[in-house]
Structure formats: structure tokens, C-alpha cells
Design a protein around this ligand. Structure first.
Ligand code: SF4
Length: 283
């Protein structure tokens, strides 16, 4: 059996960095390290970290973190209010905010402070968006879709300086449509490309792979949105495709194929990809 990996697969830069920082903090702290929300959208990887002492706490339950604890901020980032609350509790903060998210936070802070009109596209309930919103001044608008873009009603002064940006994982095609709507509404608009290429790079590599194999295995958490999107793409472009979380879930039909393609979401650790590949090779 021939197993071919996608040219780009698995951990993105931001998630890899967050996991490495957590591993270091856990061995240094020698006890519990708190994470504000799940550090990684992968059950097996999270379970391994939890075994070593990682404890996931909701941002709404900061008061349950003992004073002086070590707390890791995940790649999505948090609002300055959360950081201040942790500082007040004397916590040691490990900041694993992805540099791309950090750049968006700084942009929002700078532009809204100079009274520009900032529009950001994304999921208002997502941790990244909640964190970014915490850096904003008054002229800050979060929109989720084209309908909300069409409903924006600028005042004449707001028409002067308008910045359009997005959550790092927002859809490129949806953003382009929203940009079109906003360009018609605002005479002076600057569009910032804040969409992270990690998702599109994995999708392009997968499309290339689909041309060379009989079946595709997509490895990653069921709760990982980017992994699910990879699976949808594989199912539409390859005769056989399956979304699995680990080697134990490889469907039987894959063991009779000659050439199998392997890809994985941005939150899938290397060791899980390796286990899947080895199980196929051993069969
Ligand atoms: S997807 Fe991009 S922005 Fe998000 S954590 Fe990974 S590298 Fe950072």
C-alpha cells in the first residue's frame, strides 16, 4: 500500500506554538496549569495534556482559579480585561496568543483609538472575536454575513475612514462578497487581509492529493471546523473519503486500496498522523 501525505497538513504555526508553550509550562510548574477554554480542538491531544496537569476553565469562571496559578492563554487570545483580572490574582501568564491574532488585536486598538470606523467579519461568539472586541474603542462593528454588511448604516463622518478586516479563520469567498457590499457603502475604505492562510493552504494541498489517490483519510477532531471542511472537500473530490479521529477508526475498506492520501486539520498533532500512517503501512 502506498500512503501519500498532503504537502501541507496538521498543526498550524499558532497551534503548534501554543501546545509547545503548554508542554513547557507543565513541566516547569510541576502541577496544574490552567487554560482559558480548550487549548486545542482535538480530544486525544487535549486528554494527553490534561493527564500532565492542564486544567481547562471557562473565561467566565476566572474566580475559580487560585491566586498565583500559572495560566496559559490559548492561540485565540483574550481581551485585556481578562489579562488584567489574571494579573490582579497574581497569576503567572503564559501568552500563547497566535501572532496573527495579536496583530489583529493591535490593529483594532490602533484604528478605533484614532476614531476610525472598524468593521470586522467573523463569528461573534468565537473566542478570537470576543478577545479582539476587548481591544476596540467606540466605532467597532462585528458582522457575521452579507445581510449584516448590507444593514450597516454609516454616518457621514464615519464614511471618512473605514477599515474592513476579519477573523483569522473567516471564509475567503464570504469575505470577498462582504468587501463588495462595503465598498459600495463607504467611499473611503481600507481592506486589511487578516485571514490566515493556514486553512486555504491545507485545502489546496488536499485538492492536489485527490488527483493522485483512490481514497482520502482526513484526520482530526470532530469538533474542529477546519478538519470538517477538509473532509467535505475530500468527499467532493475523491471517490472514497473518511473523517477519523485516530488510527482505531480507519474504515475497513481503506485496507484494500492501493494508494491512500492522508491529510489532517490544523489542530491534529503529528503523533496521531504518524499512528494512522503506520497502521495503514502495517496492514
Ligand atoms: S489558524 Fe492561523 S491564526 Fe489561527 S492559530 Fe493557526 S496560524 Fe494562528
Amino acid at each position: 500500500m502506498n500512503v501519500i501525505r498532503a504537502k501541507v497538513l496538521g498543526f498550524c504555526f499558532g497551534v503548534r506554538r501554543a501546545v509547545e508553550l503548554a508542554e513547557d509550562a507543565l513541566s516547569e510548574a510541576g502541577g496544574v496549569v490552567y487554560s482559558l477554554g480548550p487549548l486545542i480542538h482535538n480530544e486525544s491531544a487535549l486528554a494527553q495534556l490534561e493527564k500532565k496537569g492542564l486544567c481547562t476553565i471557562s473565561e467566565n469562571n476566572l474566580d475559580t482559579i487560585p491566586n498565583g496559578s500559572t495560566v496559559i492563554i490559548r492561540a485565540h487570545g483574550v481581551s485585556p480585561k481578562v489579562t488584567a483580572a489574571l494579573e490582579e490574582k497574581g497569576c503567572k501568564i503564559i501568552d500563547a496568543t497566535c501572532p496573527r491574532v495579536k496583530a489583529s488585536q493591535k490593529m483594532v486598538e490602533r484604528y478605533t483609538n484614532q476614531n476610525d470606523y472598524v468593521i470586522i467579519t467573523g463569528d461573534k461568539n468565537h473566542g478570537e472575536m470576543k478577545g479582539i472586541a476587548g481591544f476596540a474603542g467606540k466605532n467597532f462593528y462585528q458582522i457575521q454575513n452579507q445581510e449584516e454588511a448590507a444593514a450597516l448604516e454609516p454616518t457621514s463622518s464615519q464614511k471618512e475612514n473605514v477599515i474592513l478586516m476579519s477573523q483569522t479563520t473567516f471564509s475567503v469567498t464570504e469575505f470577498a462578497k462582504i468587501e463588495e457590499i462595503c465598498r459600495k457603502k463607504f467611499s473611503n475604505i481600507a481592506v486589511m487581509n487578516t485571514i490566515c492562510p493556514a486553512t486555504s493552504e491545507r485545502q489546496s494541498a488536499l485538492l492536489e492529493l485527490c488527483k493522485k489517490v483512490e481514497g482520502i483519510l482526513v484526520v482530526g477532531g470532530k469538533n474542529s471546523a477546519n478538519t470538517r471542511r477538509l473532509y467535505e472537500l475530500a468527499a467532493a473530490n475523491c471517490p472514497i473519503a473518511a473523517h477519523i479521529q485516530n488510527a482505531g477508526q480507519i474504515p475497513q475498506e481503506f485496507f484494500s486500496l492501493q494508494t491512500i492520501g492522508l491529510t489532517a486539520g490544523a489542530s491534529t498533532p503529528d503523533w496521531i498522523i504518524q499512528e494512522v500512517e503506520e497502521s495503514l503501512q502495517k496492514a
